[in-house]
Design a protein around this ligand. Structure first.
Ligand SMILES: C[S@@+](CC[C@H](N)C(=O)[O-])C[C@H]1O[C@@H](n2cnc3c(N)ncnc32)[C@H](O)[C@@H]1O
Length: 244
């Protein structure tokens, strides 16, 4: 079993075409200004969106390997630290904080999710803006046959081969944790190595309570990256919050 978050090159190859969240981050960055803190900054996929705006950027992530990659890329234009989103203290506040691309789902209990939001509250300036983006739990995904493999990505190029990710998942309805196993398919051949990660499912009504407990006030609830409002048809839950 391999932790996906120790393999920055593979992560980058898989996500090289993922850009759909850049526009909203850029729009809010422009409106709110810096300094900006990204939680779970990974290999720096979204760092450049902020750096390009000329704003002061800091990213934190638990993965040493991903943070090293982000530093190699943008270390002379931003600050990157290995930190746990559930307990960090950077000793300063930010005008714009964001946690994108489902990273919040790595808080595997309501308690750790609340710890994370409380840390964010401490780091948000009084008139600051916080954005959080996760998908809405989908039973047709969670309750698939756990023995079957499903395509998790489109084809992408990795080490000069045509690759894609095949996945299995097992959802525990008691803990609401979905355990995912990813397998790399290289030129049509499934590889043996197993990449693991887990996500806890958060429903919108639980997010409402967590924000309230952390002292964060929801200003807008969006249902997609095109900024359409969240409704019953939405696949995404994107929150824009402040302190009051
Ligand atoms: C889906 S990736 C997103 C990375 C990047 N933000 C992006 O959009 O490409 C999730 C990230 O969350 C990080 N992560 C997981 N648990 C974390 C924790 N407790 N504290 C900080 N980062 C964490 C992982 O290392 C990984 O980089």
């Amino acid at each position: 079993m391999i932790d996906l978050y120790t393999k920055p090159e593979l992560y980058d190859a898989i996500h090289s075409n993922y850009m759909w969240d850049e526009k909203i981050i850029s729009k809010i960055g422009k409106r709110v200004g810096g300094p900006v803190l990204e939680i779970a900054s990974g290999t720096g996929r979204l760092s450049n969106v902020i750096i390009k705006l000329g704003l002061e950027y800091t990213g934190i992530d638990l993965s040493k390997e991903y943070t090293k990659t982000a530093k190699m890329r943008y270390g002379n234009q931003g600050a990157f630290f290995v930190q746990n989103m559930q307990k960090f203290d950077l000793g300063t506040q930010f005008k714009f904080i964001f946690i994108g691309f489902n990273s919040f789902l790595h808080n595997l209990s309501n308690e750790s999710a609340l710890d994370c939001l409380k840390c964010i509250y401490q780091h948000l300036s009084n008139n600051g803006t916080f954005l959080l983006s996760i998908y809405i739990p989908d039973p047709s995904f969670l309750y698939r046959d756990p023995n079957n493999l499903y395509a998790a990505t489109d084809y992408f190029n990795f080490k000069d081969s045509k690759c894609r990710i095949m996945e299995k998942n097992l959802f525990n309805p008691e803990t609401e944790i979905n355990n995912l196993k990813w397998f790399l398919e290289v030129d049509g051949v499934l590889q043996e190595e197993e990449y693991n990660f887990s996500q806890k499912m958060y429903y919108p009504h639980v997010m409402d309570l967590l924000f309230e407990k952390a002292g964060l006030v929801i200003k807008e609830k969006l249902g997609d990256y095109d900024s359409s409002p969240m409704d019953q048809e939405s696949n995404m839950q994107i929150y824009i919050c402040g302190k009051s």
